[in-house]
Design a protein around this ligand. Sequence first.
Ligand SMILES: NC(=O)c1ccc[n+]([C@@H]2O[C@H](COP(=O)([O-])OP(=O)(O)OC[C@H]3O[C@@H](n4cnc5c(N)ncnc54)[C@H](OP(=O)(O)O)[C@@H]3O)[C@@H](O)[C@H]2O)c1
Length: 280
Amino acid sequence: MNAVSVPTVKLRSGQEIPQLGLGTARNDDATTRRNVADAIGLGYRLIDTAAKYENEVGVGQGIADAGIPRDELFVTTKLRGSEQGYGSTLQALDSSLERLGLDYVDLYLIHWPLPRLDRYVDSWRAMEEAVALGKVRAIGVSNFLPEHLDRLAAETTTVPVVNQIEIHPQFPNRELIAENTRRGIVTESWSPLANANDLLKSPVLDEIASTHGCSAVQVVLAWHLHQGLVVIPKASHPDRLRQNLDVFDIHLTDDDVARIATLSTGERSGGQDPATHEEF
Ligand SMILES: NC(=O)c1ccc[n+]([C@@H]2O[C@H](COP(=O)([O-])OP(=O)(O)OC[C@H]3O[C@@H](n4cnc5c(N)ncnc54)[C@H](OP(=O)(O)O)[C@@H]3O)[C@@H](O)[C@H]2O)c1
């Protein structure tokens, strides 16, 4: 397979984000280094990491190994809960850049709102400053509910470009997608494959897959793309990386989409409700 050209979605800040990228959660530096280099070789241009994943060093090494120009890549990292606050956010970003071996990231996200801490507005102001300093190209949030977006809108001047949230057929998160869209915020799906739980064994997905001559995983990824979402499946083997990228010619029918809608359980795969979930 030649390197695939991934379509992009325009952010309100003007940059283009690739519509499909590589997730890296739960993989160590060595695995991440290999996956990132393999993925870039196949055509991936969006890499999603986080300080919390403790693999930014591996991401940076994989990028260096791949040897393509920096401006062809779109690198996202995230502010972990323990670093929220104005000064600590700026320090955390510098530490992330050092681990990544990069001068800037394309997108910096607040990983979780942690409303009990009440520091996400201060963190956001620091992120606005980081844009002015040239250390990040665009800033966004992750796991923000409408009330958290409302506070940023009321107390700061910049609207997030992205809200990265849990979305998969079991938890389609439609209301929050609509809220993001209404505010001009691009939605990015995390755990797009429901972290490979029993969803992937669904007979409904198998049947749809057989009509399109593809796998159940590819049907799920096509479902995200069909909605215009940005999607970041994590995979750790070259054959999976390749398969997950080979989805742009799968066009779901209205009937496919209606059948996939029957898979919704309303359950989050890990039970992490942004109103209460805390991780640092
Ligand atoms: N912002 C947040 O709070 C947040 C939370 C969770 C995740 N994320 C981001 O979103 C990314 C994706 O989410 P996720 O990692 O939780 O789950 P996911 O992408 O839904 O699923 C990953 C699982 O699917 C397996 N898989 C991937 N491609 C496959 C294929 N073609 N066939 C069979 N199995 C396949 C992977 O196995 P192998 O790895 O063994 O190949 C892994 O076990 C993360 O890596 C992270 O970057 C963000």
